[in-house]
Design a protein around this ligand. Sequence first.
Ligand SMILES: [Zn+2]
Length: 271
Amino acid sequence: MIDENKKYEKECTIEMKVQNPTCTKKGQKDYTASVLFNGETFKDTISEEIEATGHDWNKGWKSDYLSNSIYRECILCGDRETAKNPFTDVSDNAYYVPIVWAYHTKLTTGVNENTFAGNRSCTRGQVVTFLWRIVGQPEPKMTKNPFKDVSESSPFYKAILWASENGITTGTAKDKFSPSATCTRGQVVTFLWRMAGKPEPKTTKNPFKDVSESSPFYKAILWASENEITSGTGSGFKPSATCTRAQVVTFLYRYDIDYLINLSNSSANFK
Ligand SMILES: [Zn+2]
């Protein structure tokens, strides 16, 4: 019985213990209240969960040529995740890494959920859209559309305007872009070269018998070759051949990995 006239000794303390969460495991906060009353201690604990922090893939996807894989690493715990290949028609061949990279960096999707269709040809509208995505989909500054065959409702609209104002494409005629025309290998490499600011190739030795010095693509192809963006097709460069989806993505992958990253922030002309 408590005697209301008596002065009791009493003391109350609250203690908190924290177990920090990790990337994948929840943490916990335990609050323990201790009450000392009349020489006796009473304790009670309540706990609060702390959500796992989740991995931080800050650096994004990287490629590993040796194991032919695309992976990313958590900067907090070092866990490694290998990118999965969602396409049943993409196997372990030369295009595997570029295609899986392009999919995971959201540069392209497949033609449906599990088909990439690497042998299909690419249109000019599609190629310009890939280029636009690789630099982060900048808003075009141009408000007047110079092309009669590109409507504002086209999925390629912003990409084409951006490419036009940055001199990456000049169109196929004064007021025509021909977004549905197929894109040749020479054209794709030329788009990339212009995007890089038309650098003068350092090499004077032309490795391709089927590319003449008078070709409008000459400098672009030499530049792409010396920067290992292309090594040709075995028997030459085939500048007039239609560029397939797998080839476009491979050019972009090598441009991004070997060229764009090396340039780091020194070339800002396409931003
Ligand atoms: Zn982690």
